[in-house]
Design a protein around this ligand. Structure first.
Ligand code: JFZ
Length: 437
């Protein structure tokens, strides 16, 4: 019996260790790039002079919003400028921004496969008549530059397939569970198989169903079939919670929060927020909601302070170009991370679990705690509450130099004497060294 027990414990430990190690890199990474690029990119958010503003107004939803026929929508493929499209540039931009992984839309809700699929004819190569497989080129560029690659795949909504789910299904058609299963077995599963077979190592499969599967047409077995396929073909590939299974299900490797939803409490398991720099995910020529660089810093750092990460989206144009507004923000963040990455990569929330100081956020890495100061205190005193241990030393990080600061600790409140001016234009860092936090 004892040996049975020890084998059981060993097995449990092994399986735990396995899941733990599969997500290690993801929890180190903290910052990745999302790319939304498809036929909708060519519409640029407008259709026959109409820029409809009801619903979510996402540019990538234009086919649905403007009730465009499959055929007419397919003609957008003619507007792609193949001479100018170089997926490697996206990878280089992600690196420059300090991002550690990249998630590409392989098939969005419009049902168009971006790669050269053998499942059906509704793919970018077939519709455009070009022999380019952007997914293949992107996979090669990611390998070349040491960038982890993930695929977004819209498994639930597919506006092209007669038997898949349509967001507006009650009004437009009715699909039986049997019909839905035909879509699942004849389109989704074979396409997933292609993506997991033909493009080398895939680090993440990012699904997009934001309500629990019980409220949808999906049967649990169908989702588990996708999980099995992934585990069989790519054992290290991570699966996000928008597959539709609960976050604590053994199949789900990390939780995806709502779009642009940032946590407000510490979350112990791996998680990320998908975020936009603008409003739309796909390219829109009518974008009016560019966020400031500071807002994006805050999205990233507040998430890391609560143990999570940020997958930040770009929506390149149909000629591959990334909007300048995105590039300039990505480069600012990349320059900062190049100097201060130790406070983000591999960093966690602090055991203090405090956040929302009036000056900014805390992260921790090994035995160091980092104060990310967004608002430089006017009295030049940084107050950190809730610290029971005694810091060995406290420094301001300036470029890559450490400038020693004096401080006083009264009970669990530390008062740090700051330099007279902020040490960085965006986020100034103060590093607290401990023997043990
Ligand atoms: C979905 C897509 O519809 C959208 O086009 C984009 O791809 C984005 C990443 O995901 O949009 C969502 C998903 C979830 C919520 C809202 C919009 N949500 O949880 O509120």
């Amino acid at each position: 019996f004892t040996s049975f027990l020890s084998i059981l414990i060993l097995t449990l430990q092994l399986s735990y260790a396995q899941t733990a190690s599969r997500t290690d890199w993801f929890e180190e990474a903290r910052f990745g790039m999302f790319i939304h690029w498809g036929l909708y990119s060519a519409a640029e958010g407008i259709w026959k002079g109409e820029n409809l503003r009801y619903l979510n107004n996402y540019a990538e939803w234009i086919r649905y919003r403007n009730r465009i026929s499959k055929e007419e929508y397919g003609e957008l493929a003619q507007r792609f400028d193949w001479q100018q499209i170089h997926p490697e540039e996206w990878v280089i931009q992600a690196k420059k921004a300090g991002m550690k992984y990249l998630i590409m839309t392989s098939k969005h809700h419009d049902g168009v496969a971006i790669w050269d699929t053998k499942v059906g004819n509704y793919s970018l190569p077939k519709l455009s008549g070009s022999n380019r497989d952007v997914i293949k080129e992107l996979a090669e560029a990611c390998r070349k530059h040491g960038m982890k690659l993930g695929f977004y795949y819209s498994h639930w909504i597919d506006w092209e397939h007669p038997y898949a789910w349509d967001h507006n299904i009650e009004l437009t058609k009715s699909v039986t569970p049997q019909q839905f299963n035909t879509y699942w077995q004849e389109k989704a599963i074979p396409q997933l198989r292609e993506l997991l077979t033909n493009y080398g190592d895939i680090a993440i499969m990012w699904f997009d169903m934001w309500i629990p599967y019980e409220q949808t047409i999906f049967k649990r077995e169908q989702l588990e079939q996708a999980v099995q396929l992934i585990r069989e073909l790519q054992p290290n590939c991570l699966i996000n919670s928008r597959l539709g299974l609960p976050t604590d299900a053994e199949f789900v490797d990390f939780q995806t929060l709502g779009d642009n939803v940032f946590a407000n409490e510490y979350i112990a398991h791996p998680w990320e927020t998908p975020g936009t720099i603008a409003h739309s995910w796909g390219y829109s020529g009518y974008e009016k909601e560019w966020k400031s660089t500071s807002q994006i810093f805050e999205s990233l750092i507040s998430n890391v302070s609560l143990n999570g990460g940020l997958t930040l989206n770009i929506g390149p144009r149909a000629n591959g170009q990334i909007p300048y507004e995105s590039i300039s923000r990505l480069n600012d963040i990349g320059q900062w991370l190049n100097k201060y990455g130790e406070a983000v990569y591999g960093a966690k929330g602090t055991p203090l679990r405090a956040r929302n100081f009036d000056w900014g956020y805390l992260t921790s890495h090994n035995n160091n705690v980092y104060a990310h100061v967004f608002n430089w205190p006017l009295d030049k005193k940084l107050r950190i509450t809730g610290v029971r241990s005694k810091p060995k030393a406290i420094y301001a990080l300036q470029e890559k130099k450490l400038v020693k600061l004096s401080f006083e600790q009264k009970g669990s409140i530390i008062h740090v004497d700051l330099p007279h001016t902020a040490t960085d234009n965006f986020v100034s860092l103060v590093k607290l060294e401990f023997d043990k936090i």
